[in-house]
Write a protein that binds this ligand. Structure first.
Ligand code: KIV
Length: 276
């Protein structure tokens, strides 16, 4: 019955929010990857990834859409449930899709579904200062939250394309203020997408909670990439931060292991994967 107490005695107990905070304090890089099904979830977990995200990127890499906008709560629950079945150690985070957190009450209802029906341990939402009341409401109900800042793909039609964020001083300062406000509101984790190295480093140093980056440079507390990008399944022009781990590894399991090792030994991201 007291599974959690027994797990504490294991060599590699399951990752939780406290583990992620401890890793930040110990300066141990947090290796994160997306996954959308049970088979890949098993490989990612076995490779030693600390966190798995069932991202709304599934709209693009699984469903074939051009953006993440069409993804629904049902879609995330469907994939999350399959991923959850094969996890032993990794911490499972689920994306809150476009327009699924427009009010605190709607956000709470959907977050509860992602946790109860999908098996998620944390929900991620894209937001700035406008999401403070939503994050406060979730945190008041003890729902772990990851706040996604920088490039917010759900806003692609508003910002006019996928591009680096926070390049000018005022935008970088606003992002830092938003990150502080979201932490204050109760966010347990921040994810920064597509920002210059100095912005990634400054936000990471300013926050107590861990910061995970995708195209946010080497000075954040952990890295995340989309699984299909590291396996070289994604075709066409890829973002600068993508590294193909498949070519050298020769198998999906080898590529995922190589990615986790590269995050842990800090050889990923290299300068060619970063923005200045
Ligand atoms: O949906 C997703 O995969 C993401 C990435 C930026 C990690 O949010």
């Amino acid at each position: 019955m007291y599974t959690q107490l027994q797990q504490r005695e294991m060599d590699s107990p399951p990752v939780n929010v406290a583990t992620l905070r401890r890793m930040k304090a110990d300066r141990e890089p947090i290796a994160c990857l997306t996954a959308y099904d049970a088979s890949f979830a098993m490989l990612v977990d076995a490779a030693g990834a600390d966190l798995i995200l069932v991202g709304d990127s599934l709209g693009m890499v699984i469903q074939g859409h051009d953006t993440t906008v069409p993804v629904t709560v049902e879609d995330i629950i469907y994939h999350c449930r399959h991923v959850a079945r094969r996890l032993r150690r990794a911490f499972l985070v689920a994306d809150m899709p476009f327009m699924s957190y427009t009010t605190p009450e709607q956000a709470l209802g959907n977050a509860v579904r992602l946790m109860q029906e999908g098996g998620a341990m944390m929900v991620k939402l894209e937001g700035g200062a406008g999401q403070v009341s939503v994050v406060e409401h979730l945190a008041r109900h003890d729902i772990p939250v990851c706040a996604h800042l920088g490039l917010k793909p759900q806003s692609v039609h508003k910002i006019g394309g996928f591009r680096v964020q926070g390049r000018d001083r005022s935008a970088a300062d606003r992002m830092l203020e938003d990150a502080r406000a979201l932490q204050e509101a109760g966010a347990d984790l921040v994810l920064l997408e597509c920002v210059p190295n100095d912005v990634g480093g400054a936000i990471t140093r300013a926050l107590d909670v861990p910061v995970i980056g995708i195209g946010a440079g080497p000075d954040v507390n952990g890295q995340i990439l989309v699984l299909y990008d590291i396996l070289d399944i994604t075709q066409g022009r890829k973002p600068r931060f993508v590294r193909d781990f498949m070519a050298a590894a020769g198998s999906p399991a080898g590529a995922i292991r190589a990615y986790v090792e590269a995050v842990k030994d800090r050889s990923y991201p290299a300068p060619e994967h970063c923005f200045s």
